[in-house]
Design a protein around this ligand. Sequence first.
Ligand code: GTP
Length: 391
Amino acid sequence: MSIQYGEPDMAGSYGVVDSFPKDFGYGGDEAGIDDDSSASADTQPRILLMGLRRSGKSSIQKVVFHKMSPNETLFLESTNKIHKDDLSGSSFVNFQIWDFPGQVDFFDPTFDDEMIFTGTGALIFVIDAQDDYVEALGRLHGTVSRAYRVNPHINFEVFIHKVDGLSDDHKIETQRDVYQRANDDLADVGLEKLHLSFYLTSIYDHSIFEAFSKVVQKLLPQLPTLENLLNIFISHSGIEKAFLFDMVSKIYIATDSSAVDMQSYELCCDMIDVVIDISCIYGPIEDGGAYDKESLAIIKLNNTTVLYLKEVTRFLAVVCVLREESFERKGLIDYNFHCFRKAVHEVFEVGCRTQRNGGRPDDSLTSSTSTSSSTHAPNHRNYASHNGSMM
Ligand SMILES: Nc1nc2c(ncn2[C@@H]2O[C@H](COP(=O)(O)OP(=O)(O)OP(=O)(O)O)[C@@H](O)[C@H]2O)c(=O)[nH]1
């Protein structure tokens, strides 16, 4: 394995823009983004974590975004008031996570549902699968129907949580049962249009990261473009699978359109842990950060598979899974990666400028990056193909 460390980031301050996602690059000098750290917390999209007491809400937030080890969550105290976690300075995704106390009373007149549900991107309802979930289903119904009336654009996500204690058969049966009952309850009150998505999760494996990845991806307007860019990148480079990861949370914000197999995803997550740990221990002391512009790592496994990690933006890295023989054409992969990286920066640059223009596209950019809002990728023609031709 080789890990290269880069020079400290000379940009100094990183740009912050009031958009979702926000900070894709290394500040204004590279990306053409001014520093605008006045982004108001109230305008940031939010993800709500709701559910009964002790269902695991705070644990999920701590494990995914604060690198708490699952065993430490045993000592977490009960949440008594809404805990707002602003991730804008540490993660690619510019959202706030609001962790609600389990005993929150929606019928309390001080509960301002207009304020809470307006501006919410996703509502994650956590159900403890190791407990009797009848009460949780009642609460789920009350919560989503109330939220839907205020804001029908919220994505409603149900985490059937703590499934580490269940056998495989029991997991499937629980998911089927929860799905059936929750949807029946909604149909009874004429809310068939309210769509619930279900995930089996546990903080003791990668399922919680996988589920959170899906939740975040749904909130990302650039997802089809990123997917398309990854498709082009891998198909011209002889790569089997590529993920675009948020390095802090290990959420993958996009992947190519081939099916995600859990094993590859877990391998990539483990690689990120190794890279960050080794960087923290042996990286340049004066830098302070474990991840920078020059970060890259290659891990060769004993089954002729190679894992290749490369920096894309301040928060994002691509992790590729490929065969050893494909890696012999590393020059070509690096060239294509260069095109891919440039295109990703263009995509987010357009997004940021459009946001600043109050939703209107920026004329100065539409000619060079007009494909960014469609599913076509910029710079397609510039990719080199692994059979030798230029596309
Ligand atoms: N087995 C298992 N236990 C979990 C999992 N997630 C959380 N827990 C445990 O569940 C207990 C409650 O977790 P919390 O995160 O405090 O639950 P909460 O929903 O935030 O609770 P309140 O703040 O009271 O609403 C802790 O002992 C956690 O260790 C999981 O995936 N599997």
